[in-house]
Design a binder for this molecule. Structure first.
Ligand code: VGL
Ligand code: ZN
Length: 208
């Protein structure tokens, strides 16, 4: 068992990000058994859930004449337009059944404001909305976080970067994450960016 000061964060392991889902991550399902084994090592496990209203402005379908992969301005930020995914109440927003959930202390939902996207489990992309995850971890006395889940190059990276910026010692468990790779180098670039920022890139074998 890891110490009480260490938490496992499971980012967005939802059906829409798994093979066959609306925004599928190749081999995303392969991380599930690894995450399940990791969960047994942590006293504190929390999950995040991408949870969009149907009119969310990160969806290409909600912009006349735009398609997936186009950009729009959203709250002053460049917004990549995604396929409709993780709509509140839909099957795609739910967690994969094989993913063990019984030890989760809390689920932090994000992406609920239709006007701004929210890749990180802590803050929205404009850093205005706060899910409460940071304060929650601090109240529990957490000093180090171990980040897993989907997608490496978006929500996992943003969550890890925010964790680091909030003062947590931050580990990214590489084999417990996969990239969506909008361009083929995205996953590699995300790892490099995280490492350069001071996030420690590890494998599950270093924990198990
Ligand atoms: C994600 C794109 C849009 C993710 C969420 O979980 O990585 N990516 N919404
Ligand atoms: Zn989303």
């Amino acid at each position: 068992m890891r110490s009480k000061e260490e938490a496992l964060i499971i980012v967005d392991v939802q059906k829409d990000f798994l093979p066959g889902g609306a925004l599928e991550v190749k081999d995303g399902d392969q991380i599930i058994p690894i995450i399940n084994r990791l969960q047994k090592e942590f006293e504190l496990v929390v999950a995040t859930q991408d949870f969009h209203p149907a009119d969310h402005k990160s969806f290409a379908a909600n912009h006349e004449g735009k398609k997936v992969g186009d950009f729009v301005k959203l709250g002053g930020l460049d917004q990549f337009l995604w396929p409709v995914h993780c709509v509140q109440g839909s099957e795609g927003a739910s967690f994969e059944k094989d993913l063990e959930k019984k030890s989760w202390a809390e689920i932090f939902q994000k992406g609920k404001n239709p006007e701004v996207d929210s890749y990180s489990g802590f803050f929205d992309n404009a850093r205005k909305g706060d899910t409460g995850l940071g304060d929650y971890l601090k109240e529990k006395g957490v000093k180090s976080v171990y980040i897993t889940g989907l997608a490496l190059d978006y929500c996992v990276k943003f969550t890890a970067m925010d964790a680091l910026s909030l003062g947590f010692e931050t580990f990214l468990v590489k084999d417990a994450s996969r990239a969506v790779n909008i361009t083929p180098e995205d996953g590699g670039n995300a790892l490099k960016e995280m490492q350069e920022a001071g996030i420690q890139i590890i494998t599950s074998q270093e924990i198990l």
